[in-house]
Design a binder for this molecule. Structure first.
Ligand SMILES: [Zn+2]
Length: 75
């Protein structure tokens, strides 16, 4: 009884790191998950509010390991 909702094109989403699909929002009763539309076993955010940030974090292909994208560290 889940229904899926396309995420608007102007919202940035990482593609699924396993199959490259653009995620969709799955609605089950009053809760939402961001998930891969192709495979149930691929990453899915916890049901609740729509959390694209969490999806993006988990589907980044290159995690920022010691990579300072953070400009607060000036020498
Ligand atoms: Zn996938």
């Amino acid at each position: 009884m889940a229904r899926t909702i396309a995420i608007q094109e102007n919202i940035f989403c990482e593609p699924c790191k396993e199959c490259g699909s653009r995620p969709v929002i799955e609605q089950v009763k009053g809760t939402f998950s961001v998930r891969c539309p192709q495979h149930k076993s691929h990453y899915k955010t916890k049901p609740g509010l729509i959390n694209i940030d969490d999806w993006n974090l988990k589907n980044k292909t290159h995690p920022p390991l010691g990579n300072t994208a953070n400009p607060q560290k000036a020498s």
